[in-house]
Design a binder for this molecule. Sequence first.
Ligand code: GDP
Length: 206
Amino acid sequence: MKFSATFLSSFSAIEQLPKDGKPEIAVIGRSNVGKSSLINALAERKQLAKTSATPGKTRTLNFYEVNGTFYLVDMPGYGYAKQAKSDRADWARLTERYFLERKELTAVGLLVDARHPALESDLVAIEWFRDKKVPIFIVLTKCDKSKQAEVAQHEKALSKYYHVPLIFRTSSVKGLGMLELKKNLQKIAEESNFGGLHVFPQSSHE
Ligand code: GDP
């Protein structure tokens, strides 16, 4: 499947973001979760996204254009970066504005290490997006490091208790789940053009 990704630019202010109206899918996750590896594996390019030697240092929205039709937006160290307090507050404000105000944002992919699926910070993120009605999906990373049955159990818990309907299993190292994820990213981007997205997590009270 065609998944031709090129780096567009890094942005540090909402006002600088592209004005071409293309749909955007943001990818977030703790440092070291395997985000750069996943972007590289999707694009089949070794060095498109730099794998992180210094986790959480860059605080920019990094835009990758895919197939000329939508953007993958890499948000390094979202929410978890080790930074000076004032820097952290600036970054939190920028990302919050992006999530809440950016019309082009179609969905947020939260990357979760398949071995540690219920970390407090990830659960807080899931709740926050649900509360703000931002559609999210989960990408389980490093599935090659876990037993299949274990991954299935984690997947079930995430969908049952946290009501995330769309969960993908991946391994960047083994190439597992890449085709499925590519197809779905394309689909999510396309559906947004018709105003119909169905990946909202449901409220646990419904
Ligand atoms: P980032 O900080 O989220 O961008 O994480 P990286 O992509 O830099 O990956 C962090 C570490 O996890 C690196 O040592 C990678 O080689 C390793 N890693 C990433 N993806 C996988 C995977 O699918 N399987 C395994 N076994 N290791 C992975």
